[in-house]
Design a protein around this ligand. Structure first.
Ligand SMILES: [Zn+2]
Length: 499
């Protein structure tokens, strides 16, 4: 039996993280030893993201497997997410290696190669991907997080100063300028001056640029229109309009009345987009007639519709589509009993893993003690005059670096796996409560969830949703539930994934 190993760390991970290349390789080798696998090649990917399959070592390995078809039995990876965080990629990769006669084994997830095992594996890959995307979204949109607290983290607008540091950064009115800006808004309200006259007046009272010149017409107009002065954050590009968590410069009523004046003829206050996303299902729901992806639009800014740009008359009320979508999620959500079975099975896997880690740790601790012992004996010998200072110094520093290496490795074992288990439990619970989860989540995550559940999109026809590929939770229900399920014993639900 011959095997190969593939290891990878993503750039974000620290060298001393529990998933370092060395650990991955070592644990894979340990597994191989246990299973009687001869490792003939190790592929190590350094600092490449798992997001895409365009990784050099991975490609090299793919070629290697093709060239050595029939010679290699297994590919060992530390975790599924080492190979790929995108479940589609993972499935493709797995199929590729399978064709080369190579079985992919995730040593820490230790999943059996049977239909159920494969499903759980797909789910794990899916969760890894979902988690990855959510995290990506979170870090990319750190500013959205800030916005949710009502903090304004963009360049401070005229008349505001920046306060706070990372994670607390926000704006406050500049003590000198704020009252003057307030006065300018009031001047507009008085109504007997033209805008140009107010601008000149503003210059007189000190609402000026840093160089003392008057604000340009455009800057001046933008200032009067910017709701930041009444304490609101407005970022049209991101469809964000919300109350900020900082002190306003102008009372909201005054600001609104100024808009009224500025808009003159229209006599209408400007309408701003609401914070909540308009059409969360846009981009995923397809027309039942022509299968073209539907768009969303507002009729008279009041009634939202999902619409097919291809078929005339396919124009369905937003509320209806979304409520039917939630009903649909109810029908595909993961069954609670099955969720419990999966959780138990995964927990067993973890316990097995933990037991192995304990063994590993013991070995390392023994090595550490041995090295310390050696160090002491070098010191003793040096004191006794058996070895020279120089030899002792070299020997000690050599042992020192070995000790440091082992300490580093031991560090990893200090981190409990509880977090990961919690994430898994959370993810599985999430799948049992899809409609609630969908409803209560922010739009970016809604979109990720949709794409993850329905990679090929959803077709909406006659009030019903259908999809070309069975969604994962529904698939798990079918495979793991039912009378003939191998997971179910006459006594009730018992996990049979593991011995
Ligand atoms: Zn259509």
């Amino acid at each position: 039996m011959k095997g190969i190993i593939y290891c990878r760390v993503s750039t974000q991970e620290q060298a001393d993280d529990g998933n370092s290349l060395k650990t991955q390789e070592r644990l894979c080798r340990l597994y191989a030893q246990k299973e009687g696998l001869e490792i003939v090649e190790v592929f190590i990917e350094e600092g490449e993201s798992a997001k895409t399959i365009s990784r050099t070592k991975l490609q090299e390995m793919m070629k290697y497997c093709k060239d050595h078809q029939g010679e290699i039995d297994s590919l060992l990876i530390y975790k599924i997410d080492r190979l790929s965080r995108a479940s589609v990629d993972y499935a493709t990769l797995k199929a590729y290696f399978y064709q080369c006669g190579v079985k992919v084994i995730s040593i820490t997830e230790a999943i059996e190669d049977n239909p159920v095992g494969r499903l759980v594996e797909t789910m794990l890959a899916g969760i890894a991907q979902f988690d990855n995307e959510v995290r990506g979204e979170r870090s990319r949109n750190g500013m959205i997080e800030a916005l949710k607290d009502g903090r304004y983290t963009f360049k401070e607008p005229y008349g505001f100063d920046r306060v706070g540091g990372r994670g607390t950064s926000n704006i406050v009115p500049n003590q000198l300028l704020a009252p003057k800006i307030k006065e300018v808004f009031n001047l507009v309200l008085e109504g007997h001056r033209s805008l140009e006259e107010v601008r000149q007046k503003a210059k007189q009272i000190g609402v000026v640029r840093n160089d003392g010149k008057a604000l340009t017409k455009s800057h001046f107009y933008k200032m009067l229109k910017n709701p930041i002065y009444k304490g609101y954050i407005n970022i049209p590009k991101m469809s964000i309009y919300q109350k900020g968590n900082f002190e306003a410069i102008v009372e909201p009523e005054v600001f609104d009345q100024v808009q009224f004046v500025l808009n003159g003829k229209s006599k209408k206050l400007p309408i701003y987009k609401k914070v909540n996303p308009d059409f969360p299902l846009r981009g995923i729901v397809k027309c039942g007639n022509c299968r073209k992806t539907m768009t969303g639009n507002w009729a008279k800014k009041k009634y939202g519709h999902y619409r097919c740009t291809n078929c005339k008359g396919v124009n369905i009320k937003k509320d209806y589509v979304e409520s039917r979508f939630k009903d649909y999620l109810e029908t595909i959500r993961l069954d609670e009993n099955i969720a419990n079975v999966i959780k138990t099975a995964i927990k067993l896997n973890w316990e097995q893993e933990t037991a192995e880690i304990k063994k590993e740790r013991l070995i390392l601790e023994n090595q550490l003690n041995e090295l310390k012992h050696k160090q002491n004996s070098v010191i003793d010998k040096n004191i006794e005059g058996v070895i020279s200072d120089e030899v002792a110094r070299t020997k000690i520093s050599q042992l020192e670096s070995e000790i440091a290496g082992i300490r580093m490795e031991l560090l990893k074992y200090n981190q409990p796996e509880a977090d990961e288990q919690e994430l898994m439990d959370y993810s599985i619970n999430f799948l049992t409560n899809l409609s609630g989860a969908w409803e209560n989540t922010e739009v970016e995550i809604q979109n990720k969830l949709q794409k993850w559940l329905f990679p090929s999109g959803l077709i909406f026809k006659d009030g019903e949703f259908t999809t070309d590929t069975r969604p994962l939770p529904a698939l798990l229900n079918e495979e793991l539930g039912g009378e003939n399920s191998i997971m179910v014993t006459p006594r009730g639900l018992e996990p049979r994934l593991l011995p």
